[in-house]
Design a protein around this ligand. Structure first.
Ligand code: GDP
Ligand code: GDP
Length: 438
């Protein structure tokens, strides 16, 4: 599971600036997808080989008069509670405020791993201005400059090393590539537990033993038509005996972690509600994580033809960025449309792990260029020479040549379409990167 870092602090100290800095390397993945509304509070970051989740608790705006606990949004409090480490940001230039004291008091009570950051410290002489922050009773203060990018690396070293134990040689968790790890994601009430219980009640579904799975962990290994699956820790659900039940608390952190550790995410949407903001955000997390995805619109039984048309249209407008995913219209309760879901899940898993050889990729590329030459831009005409696979899950295709920065988005989409068709890349994001040799 990826470690979770929460950014906490009063308004204006630079939390969102720091959030942007910590997550910017991953932004490139989603930059190409039009229509994706980002949830600016949750993002992915990477420090060396360690990947982590960052939460900007923008809603944490304590008010001394009404008491901090009243003012903190429930979601925010939950996020802080679920974080592995809290970065408490103060303003090195403004000094300590009453709000800082309130937050410090809260964090001391929480008793979790906490790093105190003095932001906007660029150009400041360390000693003098920073000593006053010791008053907060949270130990050493680390000076950083979020906007100038100073002190970020030492900060992450400090925050993450303690959380991610070094993996001794030979003790890597065994991953069986034949097992599809599946996360069923979706906001509360979309029908996740109904679907899972319907599945687990099916006789074609056989539970099997897997090393390392404990009884109380919410992972269920099972087999269907010879394909092994592992249903992973599904956010918002609790296992009670043989059945799953929904718990009232929805946790974005758990949802993110479940998506991250899955091979395929099945995103459920409630047909009676249409596509909501929260659905779009969860879809955004899935896209950002690079996971293969299958969409299922549940409760299809509960709406009429007219409403069905509206739902289909809202899928197009609000989930357009997942158009590589297969959509199913199902009823978990009435057991309708469930069979084909399995095929799409397996297909998405295969696509995410597809191996593409350099000769075939290059042949396809050159055929595409012959079919349609990239447009000239000013004095330059991009010259596409060869392609190779740069990664899996999600698949990455690296194209080499000259003047490739002039390849248009439209042409990139054209290439993506050809690659997707040839390699049957349904249900997985695909990244195309250009490397000019000039
Ligand atoms: P938030 O309300 O805590 O999310 O704060 P923001 O990230 O919106 O930043 C508040 C203001 O502080 C903005 O005007 C930023 O440009 C500025 N700021 C953020 N980080 C730094 C920094 O490292 N140095 C300086 N001088 N200004 C900063
Ligand atoms: P979860 O919070 O995502 O696990 O959602 P639940 O599985 O608890 O379902 C929420 C509600 O939707 C329950 O009242 C279910 O009976 C109902 N529900 C689930 N699936 C369907 C369906 O396919 N059709 C209809 N009409 N209702 C459903």
């Amino acid at each position: 599971m990826k470690p979770v870092i929460a950014l906490v602090g009063r308004p204006n100290v630079g939390k969102s600036t720091l959030f942007n800095r910590l997550t910017k390397t991953r932004d490139a993945i989603v930059a190409d997808f039009a229509g994706l509304t980002r949830d600016r509070h949750y993002g992915n970051g990477k420090h060396g080989r360690i990947e982590f989740i960052v939460i900007d608790t923008g809603g944490f705006e304590p008010d001394a008069s009404s008491g901090i606990y009243m003012e903190m949004a429930k979601q925010t409090r939950q996020a802080v509670a679920e974080a592995d480490v809290v970065l408490f940001v103060v303003d090195a230039r403004a000094g300590i405020s009453a709000q800082d004291h309130e937050i410090a008091k809260y964090l001391r009570k929480l008793g979790k791993s906490c790093v105190l950051l003095a932001n906007k410290a660029e150009g400041l002489k360390e000693g003098a201005q920073l000593v006053e922050f010791f008053e907060l009773g949270l130990g050493e203060v680390v000076p950083i400059s979020a906007s100038h990018g100073q002190g970020i690396k030492p900060l992450l070293d400090l925050a993450l090393t303690a959380l991610v134990p070094e993996q001794p040689d030979g003790e890597f968790a065994e991953v069986d590539p034949a097992v599809i790890k599946l996360a069923v994601a979706g906001r509360p009430n979309v029908g996740k537990s109904t679907l899972i219980n319907t599945w687990l009640g099916e006789e074609r579904l056989v539970a099997f033993d897997m090393p390392g799975t404990t009884r109380d962990a919410i992972t269920v290994p099972f087999e269907r038509n010879g394909q092994k699956f592992e249903l992973i820790d599904t956010a918002g659900l609790r296992r009670k005996g043989r059945v799953f039940e929904a718990i009232e608390k929805f946790s974005v952190v758990k949802t993110l972690q479940a998506i991250e550790s899955a091979g395929v995410a099945l995103l459920l949407i409630d047909a009676t509600q249409g596509v909501t903001d929260q659905d779009a955000h969860i879809a955004g997390y899935i896209l950002e994580s690079g996971r293969a995805v299958v969409l299922a619109v549940n409760k299809w039984d509960a709406i009429d033809e007219y409403q069905r048309e509206l739902v289909k249209r809202s899928l197009e407008t609000r989930m357009g960025f997942l158009k590589f995913a297969t959509v199913h219209f199902i009823s978990a309760q009435k057991r309708q449309g469930l069979g084909p879901l399995w095929d799409s899940i397996a297909q998405a898993h295969r696509a995410a792990n597809r191996k593409m050889s350099t000769p075939v990729l290059t042949r396809l590329l050159l055929e595409a260029v012959q079919f349609q030459t990239p447009k000239k831009s000013g004095m330059y005409r991009p010259k596409l020479r060869y392609a190779h696979q740069g990664g899996m899950n999600p698949p990455i295709i690296v194209i080499h040549g000259n003047s490739l920065e002039h390849v248009t988005d439209a042409y990139k989409r054209f290439l993506e379409g050809r690659f997707r068709k040839e390699f049957d890349l349904v249900g997985t994001p695909l990244k195309i990167q250009f490397k000019s040799s000039e």
